[in-house]
Structures are given as structure tokens and as C-alpha cells.
Design a binder for this molecule. Sequence first.
Ligand code: RNT
Ligand code: ZN
Length: 385
Amino acid sequence: MASQERILKNYESAKEEFASWGVDTEKVLEKFDTIKMSMHCWQGDDVKGFEPVGDIGSQNVVTGNYPGAARNGEELRGDIDFALSMSPFQHKVNIHSCYGEFGRDRKDVTIDDFSKWIAWAKEKGYGLDFNGSFFAHKMMNNGFSYASLDKATRDYWIETAKGTREISYAIGKELGEVCYNNLWIPDGLKDTPANRFRYREVLTNALDEIFAKKYEGNHHVDTLEGKLFGIGVESFTVGSHEFYLGYAASHRGNGIGVCLDSGHYHPTEQVADKLSAVTPFVDHVLLHISRGVRWDSDHIVVQSDELTAIMNEMSRGNLYGKVAMGLDYFDASINRIAAWTIGMRAAAKTVLTSLLEPFAMIDKAELEGDFTTRLALMDEFKNLP
Ligand code: RNT
Ligand code: ZN
């Protein structure tokens, strides 16, 4: 049978199957078509960016030497276009401040340095998200940026962070939508600190300076991304989850949210469990969808129980469209376009599965105290088409 015909035939049979569980697949497909995924540009060139920074070690450890990394904006955008042509989502593209195209230092970049990205996004109908690149630079001071105890280091990075907010706001306005500006810093220590309080006080003051300016309208959102640990900073990360969650919650009403990266927690800790705990108390939540493997937080996303749990929670809590989603990983050991495509399609299949879950039935069983039925149904649903 021709494949198109076979797909349609299978769809008709799946439609019947889901209808018998009370799920309307046509409505699910309509809903799916509204869901946005932000694809991270940095998988395409191993988080290098376009600044002439020289041979400086990065706090994002990328391994592998597969040929064909993008060398400039033209190549990177072409590769992104090709990857997105194989993804069924509505698309945003997530860029970093080290991807400005005129070779200026990231403290000095302005919206002009991203004019090619913006023109391209407009032409293709993509949204854009933004990130400050606070790593892999000569101004990193023993791995510290704006949580550094050294004022000159801190001031450099605070100015850089302020600049990213200007650019993010300008991008959002230019594209007539919301640009998420995510802040992640690697700042931390290899061994046990004597005074954690000092570092966190310094970071609090830096954030206060960075966020002093308020932006009007709905074009710009700030999110703070915490992390458990990184290579070389095994004992202490200044910007931990509790720290940022506390900061964002205590600044409610200022458009400051948190970014939950699924690779940034203890291996048995579940981002799925955090959504209902965090969303009521902060202005915004962004998901970085990643895959942790042992000590690495950034393997290519594939379908997994963990991802299913996250997306089921998004669907059950009606969070699609409210909690923003982006991919975040980097692997230089396989074809980079395939790396993006595999991740986007894995995320898409998992989102679709979550929308197809006969949630009303398990919710009813739970409400009636029938936990036996709840478990039986949850396991049964794993075999739906
Ligand atoms: C690193 C964070 C961060 C980066 C990107 C490149 O652990 O997850 O989001 O991956 O900013
Ligand atoms: Zn991340």
C-alpha cells in the first residue's frame, strides 16, 4: 500500500480507538497546531557563536568531532531551516548573545548585530528567544561572571546582562510577540565553599541591578535558569534552583520567571513534579528540554518516560501556551541537523501523546478514591496507538 494511504488508514483506526476512550483526535490535532517549540541555535555549531574570542575554554562542555559545524550565520540559519522543515511544531529559534554577526564583543552588541536573524525570522515566520552568553570569554574570572567577588568582572557581566534585556525587548517588539530572555551563569566552585552566603548576596545584588529597568508591554520576559552542578563546579553553584525560585517568587509582578532545565536536577528528581509547585508562584516558566546522562545535562532529546511525564503534566495542567518550551542540548558526535531533528520530533511525538491521554478517566478514578483503576488505566494507555 502506498505510504500516504497506509498512514490515513492507520489514522482512521486510531481515531476510533481514541474515541472509545472519550478522546477526539481531530480536536487534539487542532490543539497540537497551536503549540510552539523554540529550537536552540547552539546545537548547530557546538555553542561557539560568532565572536572572535580565540581559544578560550567553555563552561559548556561539548564533545565530538563530527564534520560540518556551521561556520557563520548563513550556514547556521540554513541548517536550522532544514531541521525545522522536518518538525511539525510552530517554531521559535533560540539564540545567544555570542551569535551577533558583526564580530562585536557581547557586551557591546545591540539589536543591529542581530538584524540578519530578525529579518530571517520575519521571512520564515519564526519567533525568536534570546540568552545572555555568560561563559567562554576572557572576562570570565575563574569561572565566575556576575556572581564574581571581583567588582570589575561583575560590572562587565552586569552591563552585558542589561544589554541582553534591551535586545530581547527590541526583538519581541520587532516581531510583535514575546521574546524570552534566559539568564544562566555557570558561576560556582569545585570544592566546598566557606561562605555560601557571601556569593549569593553578591548574586542577589547583581540581579537587582540587572532588573532595575522595567519594560512596558508583553514583548519581553526574563527567566532565571538554575543548575545543580557542572564539570569543575561540583560542590557549589551560586545560581541554584531554590535561589532563583525564591528570587523570582519574591519579585512577582515584575515579569521575572524561572527556567526549569530537565538536565539540571538530581537524577531521580522530576521536572514533571515541579510544574504544579512552581507555576502558581512565579510570573513565567520556561522549560529547557534536555536529557541528562550521568554527569552530563545536555544529551540529545529522545522519547522517554521522563519526557512523557513532563508533557503529560503540561497537558493535564493545561499549561501549553502558558509555560514556554525550548530544547537545550549539544552533541558534536553525530550529524548536527539530525541531532536537532531527532530532538524536535521526539518532543513533538511526546506532546501529541500527552494531548491524546484520556485524562478525564484517570482523574475521575482518582477523585473517587479508586487508585486501582487509576493505575490500571495509566498502564493501559501506554499501548494506545
Ligand atoms: C547550561 C544551561 C544553558 C546552556 C545554554 C547554552 O547548563 O542549560 O541553558 O545550555 O545557555
Ligand atoms: Zn538549559
